[in-house]
Design a protein around this ligand. Structure first.
Ligand code: 5AD
Ligand code: SF4
Length: 445
């Protein structure tokens, strides 16, 4: 019997898939210790908030949620409040927590989540608060358990950290330098997942294209090599990855799309801006023309490929002409979907110091114009799917309707269709009957 046996926990996760996957690991470790996951923080003995620092609204939402834990703490003297994730890698944040939220019990960072159960046991046995943050670390901890969010699809980290230092981005400061896992460790993990009913894996890294693994025999393994290795795993149906950096996307990877039947014909390829001048100031290391050439090559090799992107509006110094170049690039590429963000000042990044910050009203006005064009484009793309038959991995029941199933096409489009829940986890052929702005509807063939 451990100190943690029977304790109820609830994890609140902000941010990207990387954070969601870290929460799966935290959950897996707590389950191994005999803890029980509960659906709300109000029912829990232990609440963990896994934070994101990518934009200012993530910070605000975190402090709002953190404030709510105080009354749980008051009600239950044994209640433990924990905070972790990207925000904790910034000293001004941990200082603020210590000052304004002194009742928080555990603060830990992105590099030592493996230590969390030990920290928690310590809090129970010693009744003392802990703060444990590492600036970075060289090694990778293998073999941590994971409690998956989805039964049939799984996230698999292939690398950690980022070396790119885009001038707007906080990630290199919160996630440290790039480190790649060994290909054998990744393949073993995927095999174990497949044996546990997983059909689809999403390989995670800030820039998977710069994956640089070392095999047990000492030879090197790049990202395309890794795809070929995973493609041979029996029982695995689909491979996806997040996120690609255009500067490192190789011809070899484009060829892997052609050769590897399990690699989904889909790519998330953040462009960030359509003006080469802005891209240079963002330190993205490619021009508008190079990006467009990459898209051309991808579509030439894989005509069916669907493409999504990330775009930042209102980066310091962005002129109306620069912004119009973003609009024209969006029209030229004709994305399947795009995530759009208002530029958000991140303390400690170079762009935070740029003097030519864009006023909020101009940012919003540009943002709205961009979103209109993107939504129009997505609706037009989705309308083209009507009448096509798509292979869909059935992921679960639709939240809105119990008799409706939901899943994704190979191109990552969400599809709703009537069907029985016994089909969850299988691949079905779905004829598309309707294309909406953000999803498709269909019927099983
Ligand atoms: N402001 C706005 N958007 C940002 N992103 C990263 N940093 C910032 C920032 N400071 C966006 C980028 C990235 C996505 C995950 O978040 O578009 O691709
Ligand atoms: Fe941030 Fe750029 Fe690294 Fe992506 S590649 S995590 S945008 S610094």
């Amino acid at each position: 019997m451990t100190l943690l046996e029977g304790k109820k926990y609830n994890i609140i996760t902000f941010g990207c898939q990387m954070n969601e996957h870290d929460s799966e690991t935290i959950s897996g470790m707590l389950r191994e210790k005999g803890c029980i996951e509960v659906p709300t923080k109000e029912e829990s003995d232990i609440t963990i908030i896994n934070t994101c620092s990518i934009r200012e609204n993530a910070d605000k939402r975190f402090f709002g949620t953190l404030g709510q834990l105080k009354k749980l703490k008051k009600k239950n003297p044994d209640y433990v409040a924990c905070v972790c994730g990207c925000m904790m890698q910034q000293e001004h944040v941990t200082d603020a927590i210590k000052k304004k939220y002194p009742w928080v019990d555990i603060i830990f960072g992105t590099h030592n989540i493996d230590r969390f159960p030990a920290l928690l046991e310590n809090v129970y046995s010693e009744k003392q608060k802990v703060l444990e943050i590492l600036d970075d670390r060289e090694d990778i901890v293998e073999g941590l358990p994971s409690k998956r969010l989805y039964r049939h699809k799984a996230f698999v980290n292939i690398m950690y950290g980022c070396n790119n230092f885009c001038t707007y981005c906080i990630v290199p400061y919160t996630r440290g330098r790039e480190k790649s896992r060994r290909p054998e460790d990744i393949a073993d993990e995927v095999r174990r997942l497949v044996a546990d009913d997983v059909k689809e894996v999403t390989l995670l890294g800030q820039n998977v294209n710069s994956y640089s693994g070392v095999r047990a025999d000492g030879s090197s393994c790049d990202f395309a090599d890794l795809i070929y290795i995973l493609n041979d795993i029996e029982g695995l149906e689909r491979i996806r990855f997040m996120t690609s950096h255009p500067k490192d996307l190789s011809d070899k990877l484009i060829q892997a799309y052609v050769d590897c039947n399990k690699l989904c014909n889909y790519i998330h390829l953040p462009v960030q801006a359509g003006s080469s001048r802005v891209l240079k100031r963002m330190n993205r290391k490619y021009s508008r023309e190079q990006y467009l050439e990459l898209v051309r090559k991808l579509r030439e090799a894989v005509p069916e490929i669907t493409i999504s992107t990330d775009i930042i509006v209102g980066f310091p110094g962005e002129t109306e002409e620069d912004f119009e170049e973003t609009l024209s690039l969006v029209k030229e590429v004709h994305y399947d979907s795009a995530f759009t963000f208002l530029y958000s000042v991140r303390k400690g990044t170079p762009a935070a110091e740029y003097e030519d910050q864009i006023p909020e009203d101009i940012k919003h006005e540009r943002f709205n114009r961009l979103v209109d064009i993107i939504n129009e484009g997505s609706a037009a793309k989705n309308a083209q799917y009507v009448g096509r038959v798509e292979k869909v991995l059935v992921e679960g029941l639709s939240k809105k309707n119990e008799n409706t199933l939901t899943g994704r096409t190979e191109g990552f489009k969400l599809v709703d269709f009537p069907g029985d829940k016994s089909l969850i986890g299988t691949m079905v052929d779905v004829e598309i009957t309707e294309g909406k702005t953000f999803s498709l509807a269909g019927r099983i063939r």
